[in-house]
Design a protein around this ligand. Structure first.
Ligand SMILES: Cc1cc2nc3c(=O)[nH]c(=O)nc-3n(C[C@H](O)[C@H](O)[C@H](O)COP(=O)(O)OP(=O)(O)OC[C@H]3O[C@@H](n4cnc5c(N)ncnc54)[C@H](O)[C@@H]3O)c2cc1C
Length: 550
């Protein structure tokens, strides 16, 4: 396959030569380096590449060029290669134009001239952008195929599991593909157990569980060692940050995630308030970066494996996995976060995975292109969901129990929802019933004041209605508050069975010495991504202090 292109554009031959030299030095093995001396010439090059189905990974362009500025060129180039990473080369005086370009052409980065030494000022930026591009744009498909029915909840669960773990697959709906329907019937009986996952080596799995599927696609599901300095339960922002700090500070760290790294944040379509990402970052992207960072420092990661129980055999803390295996450690960090609360509405349960989805369910968005969908919830996650689905659906109806969107939702989201033509907000309504035949077709809404009911045709319902702690596996092991969140530090009861030592519990330490909790699962936590990352990072300081005592 032809190498993807990195295209540099500058009218100054000296600068262009320097860019070309630096790009070739580092990237010529993996990319084709092309140059142009004007925006017009570069557009001509892109048109030729487009005709030949060539791929373009990066556009690196000077802002000041006669005829067409860098931003004007990027604006045109974006129509031809929307996925290419866009970087503007600027002089100090042009930073205003570069900042404006973040919105105008969704600029990915701007670099100040000169960029010497490139090892410090050019390559780290381009490495990061090219890895993001490689994760988004995939070569022609030769991999895993999932054959199932759009209305089979297990087919949805399998798709979602692979998508969240960033494993590419091709989806085949057997209701619309007769040859695959026959293949599936021959493998999985009639009516078939769905989905059937077909692998390039000719093997297949029928309605696999997460751990089985994870093992088959090459994700680690068993620990490499019997013992670790620290084991982290849950791979959301808090757990991933904890793993990065633990491993970077030399601890042997194992992170165990039951589903996919990223946690709740990983389901967000666009996070706009996380420090360092002025144009926002998708949850999937943030998770991918964090996983790469934790692995780079040597943290080990299991996925598709829930932790089902904890016990202590001093000085060891022992973690039991769903497959019955156990791993022991000196320090344990619980970062199991929260889960979306389920809606208790007549008729809804049979449609979960068949038109009703908890959370963002981004893997489903394309299936609802051009259809009408509804979203339940009035907080930020529902607002993000409405904006995300409005890019695919014909119309999105946001169902809110409160009389208005504010103050439950941040102002920036309310403004954006109000400015989006295909989002309709219905306030003061409750979901009374879900109806359909094999999949969701209609919901009944009840007015919160008058009690009057009316129907709403909808192809899908995405539910974002608050969350509950995920602590079932730790019940009876650590002390929790009345709502099931884990007590830490000064909140740990000091009398009775609460705390066994003379010293006070350390910051983030639970009622069991050497067991810590951070992020949303901790009683009193500030349920935000940055807060979870901060707690996960800071908890390692206490882990070190504890390890000095064992
Ligand atoms: C759709 C959505 C959008 C959001 N948008 C924003 C935003 O824009 N800005 C913001 O600041 N916050 C946002 N939030 C809130 C933010 O995502 C959370 O505060 C943050 O993810 C909490 O991180 P955490 O690591 O503590 O827990 P979580 O993210 O909940 O992660 C916990 C992880 O632990 C795993 N786990 C649980 N139990 C077990 C077990 N027994 N064994 C193994 N693994 C287990 C789970 O599968 C999960 O991956 C959003 C939340 C949602 C749902």
């Amino acid at each position: 396959m032809a190498k993807p292109v990195l295209l540099a554009v500058d009218d100054d031959p000296g600068v262009l030569g320097a860019v070309e030299r630096d790009l070739r030095h580092r990237y010529r093995d993996r990319y084709r380096i092309l140059t142009a001396t004007s925006g017009q010439e570069a557009l001509g090059t892109l048109r030729v590449l487009r005709e030949r189905a060539g791929s373009v990974a990066l556009l690196l362009v000077d802002q000041r060029m006669p005829g067409m500025t860098g931003v004007q060129f990027l604006c045109e180039a974006r129509k031809l290669y929307p996925e290419a990473m866009r970087v503007l080369l600027t002089a100090y005086a042009d930073t205003g134009a570069a900042i404006a370009a973040i919105n105008e052409v969704a600029l990915h980065h701007y670099l100040m001239k000169p960029w010497d030494p490139p090892e410090d000022r050019l390559y780290p930026v381009l490495d990061d952008l090219l890895s993001e591009w490689a994760a988004r744009v995939r070569p022609p498909f030769e991999g895993i195929r999932i054959a199932g029915s759009r209305w089979s909840p297990q087919s949805y669960a399998t798709r979602e599991f692979l998508a969240r773990n960033q494993v590419p697959y091709q989806w085949i709906d057997i209701d619309e593909d007769a040859p695959t329907r026959e293949l599936v019937a021959s493998l999985a009986g009639e009516p078939p157990r769905l989905p059937v996952v077909l692998f390039p080596d000719g093997s297949s799995l029928i309605a696999p569980g997460n751990a089985e599927l994870a093992g088959k696609v090459g994700l680690a599901t068993a620990a490499a060692r019997p013992f670790y300095d620290v084991v982290i339960v849950g791979g959301g922002p808090a757990g991933l940050a904890n793993a990065v700090y633990a491993a970077s500070e030399g601890l042997r760290a194992l992170l165990i995630e039951q589903h996919a790294p990223g946690g709740q944040a990983g389901t967000s379509s666009l996070i706009e308030n996380y420090l360092g990402f002025p144009s926002g970052v998708t949850g999937a992207d943030l998770a991918r970066r964090a996983v790469a960072q934790a692995r780079r420092f040597g943290a080990e990661m299991l996925v598709g494996q829930p932790v089902t129980a904890l016990r202590r055999e001093d000085p060891y803390r022992i973690v039991r996995l769903a497959d019955g295996r156990e791993v022991s450690c000196h320090a344990l960090v619980l970062t199991s976060g929260m889960t979306v609360r389920e809606l208790d509405v007549p008729g809804l349960a049979p449609f979960v995975g068949a038109g009703v989805y908890y959370g963002a369910a981004m893997s489903e968005a394309a299936l609802y292109r051009g259809q009408d969908v509804a979203i339940v919830g009035g907080a930020n996650s529902a607002g993000q969901g409405a904006l995300f689905f409005s890019r695919y659906a014909r119309a999105v109806t946001l169902l809110v129990r409160a009389p208005s969107l504010s103050p439950g939702m941040s102002r920036y989201l309310v403004d954006r929802i109000e400015a989006t033509d295909n989002i309709h907000v219905l306030t003061g309504v409750e979901l009374a019933e879900a109806c359909g035949n094999g999949h969701l077709e209609r919901v009944v809404l009840r007015d919160g004041v008058t009690g009057e009911c009316r129907g709403l045709e909808t192809a899908a319902l995405f539910v974002f209605i608050g969350v509950a702690p995920r602590t079932e596996a730790f019940a009876g092991f650590v002390e929790m508050d009345a709502k099931g969140f884990i007590l830490t530090g000064p909140d740990v009861p000091r009398r009775g069975s609460g705390w066994p030592l003379e010293r006070d519990p350390l910051m983030f330490e639970t009622s069991v010495p050497g067991v810590f909790a951070a992020g949303d699962v901790r009683s009193g936590a500030n349920r935000r991504i940055a807060a979870a990352v901060g707690e996960g990072s800071a908890a390692i300081y206490s882990v070190h202090r504890y390890l000095q005592t064992v």
